[in-house]
Design a protein around this ligand. Structure first.
Ligand code: V47
Ligand code: SF4
Length: 377
């Protein structure tokens, strides 16, 4: 199934806006788009136009390959000191009896459940619990590494890190060093949301700000760790806010080269304080992926997180610039099912994931966290 127009068909459109024509030529010549051009793509670029260009870039970088990894998630707690209005998952500390808190032993049991299974990564992320401190997490990392040294430990959003390191009275540099020594290898991309201060004030007023988020990722990169970057789109932000966030991430990537991938996350509106905001359409989702592929020219990998997007839309995204479908996740992640995502119990076997990829004429490739190819299917 080919869901794309060819680049030639796009460029031959009789009434194509001259500014879009210039953008198409820049993309063909591998030239960087400006912020103004990014906003223009959101305002004027039809799905067929941005999709054809994004698919062209995707094929230039990755041919027909689509990456996935075998991972599982540990969510230590959903008790959180912060009050992000879009979050359906957290429970405030004063209502902590409605939430969950896992002991180190319970989390190690989850790791032991995968003994003998070919998973390569554990993704650890949760709420910000005031009693789960830096020491607690360093011990947890050490214990997981001691039990299973081959498992790549990807953990903690910049929000969790900022809180636990500040509370321990350490500088970001020293705190990150301590976590690295305990076994932390990569950071997931959460907590970025939208960087614009006024929007942040409305959607997540009390957690780490844009500069704090960027500083933590820069510090991780300088210490040799890699990380991911996300954006939460489709709520009260406008197109300029999206491009501003993407531009700040692109600038940090120019500096460090430490980001593995970019992950646009669609705002879901069930059971949170922003339920009055309507969700955007699938067309807007695909435009978001395509424009991300075009604007984020120094991010090699663009990930669609299928538990949030749903399987069919994730499959569709592979024709709009996406080259990574995250992993064969077990049913241990609740952050999206609680916000109304399609996938209420997000599990998918390797076979299912490969079928989903081959059904749209692409080649499934298992990768590790750092995008080394492990197996081409
Ligand atoms: O920062 C919270 C988002 C993020 C909602 O790095 C919501 O591989 C939509 O970052 N609607 C945390 N999104 C999860 C995350 C992540 C997920 C998958 C892979 C990786 C990776 C990272 O979840 C938060 C926030 O942006 N989120 N609530 C919601 N209602
Ligand atoms: Fe806490 Fe993260 Fe939810 Fe914000 S998004 S309330 S930091 S769990």
């Amino acid at each position: 199934m080919n869901t794309n127009f060819s680049l030639k068909e796009i460029l031959l459109q009789p009434n194509l806006d001259i500014r879009l024509q210039t953008i198409a030529e820049k993309i063909q010549n591998n030239e960087r788009l400006s912020e103004e051009e990014g906003v223009l793509l959101f305002e004027k670029g039809e799905l067929s136009f941005v999709g054809a260009l994004a698919n062209f870039v995707r094929e230039r970088l990755h041919g027909n390959k689509v990456y996935f990894n075998r991972n599982f998630h540990i969510e230590p707690t959903n008790v959180c000191v912060f009050t992000c209005n879009f979050c359906s998952y957290s429970r405030q500390y004063k209502h902590k009896d409605d939430g969950w808190e896992m002991s180190q032993e319970q989390m190690l049991d989850m790791v032991r459940k995968y003994d003998g299974q070919p998973v390569t990564e554990v993704h650890i992320v949760g709420g910000v619990h005031p009693k789960m401190n830096l020491e607690f997490f360093c011990e947890l990392l050490q214990k997981i590494k001691a039990h299973r040294p081959d498992l790549h430990l990807k953990g903690f959003t910049a929000v969790e890190l900022d809180y636990m390191i500040r509370k321990a009275g350490l500088s970001i540099k020293d705190g990150m060093m301590k976590l690295k020594e305990a076994g932390l290898q990569s950071l997931p991309g959460g907590g970025a949301e939208i960087f614009d201060e006024a929007i942040r004030q409305q959607i997540c007023p009390d957690k780490v700000d844009a500069q704090g988020w960027l500083d933590i990722h820069q510090t991780a990169h300088e210490q040799g760790m890699h990380s991911n970057a996300t954006i939460l789109y489709g709520h009260i932000e406008n197109y300029a806010h999206r491009i501003d966030t993407m531009s700040r991430l692109r600038a940090l990537q120019d500096k460090t080269g430490g980001f593995n991938c970019f992950i646009p996350l669609k705002f879901r509106n069930k059971d949170n304080d922003m339920s009055y905001v309507a969700e955007v359409s699938v067309i807007e989702d695909m435009r978001m992926y395509a424009i991300s592929r075009l604007f984020m020219d120094n991010f090699k990998n663009l990930k669609a997180y299928w538990p949030m997007l749903g399987r069919q839309n994730a499959q569709l995204s592979l024709s709009f610039g996406v080259n990574d479908l995250d992993g064969t996740i077990d049913d241990t992640t609740k952050i999206y099912s609680m916000a109304g995502a399609e996938e209420q119990t997000p599990t998918m076997s390797t076979e299912n994931l490969c079928d989903l990829i081959t059904d749209v004429g692409k080649i499934p490739v298992e990768r590790d966290t750092l995008y080394n190819e492990l197996k081409v299917y």
